[in-house]
Design a protein around this ligand. Structure first.
Ligand code: DQA
Length: 260
């Protein structure tokens, strides 16, 4: 097992990949009004990061409206880091009428605006990934490179490979979300997380989705996952639980881990 010194990604003072797991809460409203109400509600619950899942936004094809909405989210979120994601339909996102090229143009404009702190883009689109990485770096926007599998859990080696690939493409953070079909798959995910943690220098995020995967959202940090996603008002993926419950569960485990 290699032992690599691990980088911490610091965003607006929030440490991603530090001692404590960060909780990220998605915003999935369709209209600007819904998005802003949802953001207000979520902010009251104290997430570490807010993810705007813009693939749910009905005006996603209008760059100006996307930028205006991002700015309005920023005004509410204050210093809470904002992650901007347009999840592709192929990896579980809401269907949108944008081609991959148009989507990249939008992501570039969002990076240039510097209103958000991070973007997420799939490892699936290698060519686009490289150009987007250059632009995001130029504007100081952190980039998560991700892989999602809504059908099954690949072998441990494949999961680790996805994260190594993200690092080799210059990701700030590598992310993998997979679907378990048995409790054994949860062990695979935990094991892959632990192994990736020993091989990568960047922070990583992993989770198993669906009801069966809940334990990975509660305990992934013990194996090296830096962020866990929770529901603020509405869920963005199967198996997410309310932020209040997630905070309680982590607090209880940490309380007894530290006291014994
Ligand atoms: O990729 C992820 C992780 C996620 O799919 C989850 O399972 O919690 C939720 C998405 O909003 C986010 O972009």
């Amino acid at each position: 097992m290699m032992n690599i010194s691990q980088k911490i990604v610091s965003v607006r003072g929030k440490q991603i990949g530090g001692e404590q797991p960060c909780i990220c809460t998605p915003v999935v409203g369709a209209s600007m009004e819904q998005i802003l109400l949802e953001t207000e509600e979520i902010c009251r619950k104290g997430p570490d990061i807010i993810e705007w899942r813009a693939d749910f936004f009905k005006d996603i094809c209008d760059t100006q409206k996307v930028l205006e909405t991002a700015l309005a989210i920023r005004k509410i979120a204050g210093e809470i880091p904002i992650l901007f994601t347009v999840r592709s339909e192929k990896e579980g996102g809401n269907p949108i009428p944008l081609t991959e090229t148009k989507k990249i143009q939008l992501l570039i404009e969002v990076c240039k605006s510097q209103v958000v702190d991070m973007i997420d883009y799939e490892l699936l689109y290698e060519k686009e990934l490289v150009s987007l990485r250059q632009v995001s770096k130029e504007y100081g926007i952190r980039m998560i490179m991700s892989y999602h599998n809504f059908s099954f859990t690949p072998q441990k080696e494949e999961i680790v490979q996805k994260m190594l690939k993200a690092e080799s493409y210059g990701a700030d953070i590598a992310k993998v979300a997979v679907m378990p079909t048995s409790p054994q798959d949860l062990l695979v995910l935990f094991h892959a997380t632990q192994e990736a943690r020993s091989q990568l220098s960047i922070p990583l995020i992993t989770m198993s989705m669906g009801g069966l995967g809940v334990i990975t959202r509660l305990a992934g940090w013990m194996f090296g996952s830096a962020v866990t996603f929770a529901v603020g008002q509405n869920s963005s993926a199967p198996g997410q639980i309310p932020i209040e419950d997630l905070k309680d569960a982590i607090r209880i485990v940490q309380k007894y881990m530290l006291s014994s």
